[in-house]
Ligand binder design. Structure first.
Ligand code: SIN
Length: 292
């Protein structure tokens, strides 16, 4: 029998809702999947507790929201769950002397996933298989709230600008396999997107920052771009605007990757953390990030 009903419990003023009453290991009805997609659009982050999901379940549930992208290239190459190229493994665990996943145990800085691509994922889902006793929480930030938090003068400065999203380095600060460290930010590899994007239905504006390290505003000298980006980050990316998820084994958290950023706290390296993530591709009709 498909799972059909759920209740929704908002988590924070700017984003986040916990979804209760669904067992995601069972098939989802099209109506429930559509209601969840609507909830994701409205609340930007959805948390489901106490799930027991195989990789096939994770792929099936994520697939209700759109086609899945392959796991990204990490510091150790393309690390995916055995048999599932679309299931990215984020872990500090090593097996037979080899890392099974990316990002280690350090901080993962504020970022949106894979914005160095022309068409970054529309959403991501992260499922907790093993979690540390302390640390490793994941924070989320609404990029609508971040834009709203800018002083008016800064809003006027950023409107119409673009930003290059660095493709060399991941959110853990590790160089992706096959890339050289960026030397000149004006010419280093990456993809240019509008700095301010607008929700296609509401028109509400959001910042599209990607991540701070190695970003560059095309057309500005590097020093000027760095100063402007520092000012934007200081004004917009503020802890009081964020909500943090404390993980338990069996949690699945989905986020809308266009209108949010996330970061992970460090955790003790001698404790195991093992997460499986899918990347849900942006719908074909919206394959470019549209400027506001
Ligand atoms: C991610 O950056 O997608 C993963 C965050 C986490 O491991 O909490």
């Amino acid at each position: 029998m498909p799972a059909t009903t759920f209740t929704l419990h908002p988590l924070a003023p700017t984003l986040g809702a916990e979804i209760r009453g669904l067992d995601l290991s069972r098939p989802l009805s099209p109506a429930t999947a559509a209601a969840l997609a609507g909830a994701l659009d409205r609340y930007l982050v959805l948390a489901f507790r106490d799930q027991t999901l195989s990789d096939a379940d994770l792929v099936r549930v994520s697939g209700h929201f759109g086609p899945l992208d392959k796991a990204p290239i990490t510091e150790h190459g393309r690390l995916h769950a055995p048999g599932f190229e679309e299931v990215y493994v984020i872990s500090n665990v090593t097996e037979n002397g080899r890392p099974i996943g990316a990002l280690g145990a350090g901080e993962s800085v504020w970022h949106a996933d894979m914005t160095y691509l022309e068409a970054p994922p529309y959403a991501s889902s992260l499922y907790a298989l093993e979690v540390p006793a302390e640390g490793g929480d994941t924070g989320f930030l609404s990029m609508f709230a971040a834009y709203d938090a800018l002083p008016e003068e800064l809003k006027r400065r950023v409107d119409g600008l673009s930003i290059k999203h660095d493709s060399t380095t991941n959110s853990g600060g590790y160089l992706r396999q096959g890339f050289a460290p960026p030397v000149d930010l004006a010419s280093s590899p990456g993809t240019v997107h509008p700095l301010v994007i607008a929700h296609p239905a509401s028109g509400r504006k959001a910042l599209l920052l990607g991540r701070r390290p190695h970003a560059h505003i095309p057309g500005l000298p590097v020093a000027e771009s760095e100063a402007l980006l520092d000012a934007i980050w200081a004004a917009a990316v503020r802890p009081e605007l964020a909500w943090h998820h404390r993980w338990r084994v069996g949690d699945l958290v989905m986020w809308d990757n266009r209108w949010t950023m996330h970061r992970r706290d460090p955790f003790p390296g001698d404790q195991r953390r093992r997460m499986h993530r899918t990347q849900i591709a942006i719908p074909a009709e919206a394959r470019r990030m549209e400027a506001a």
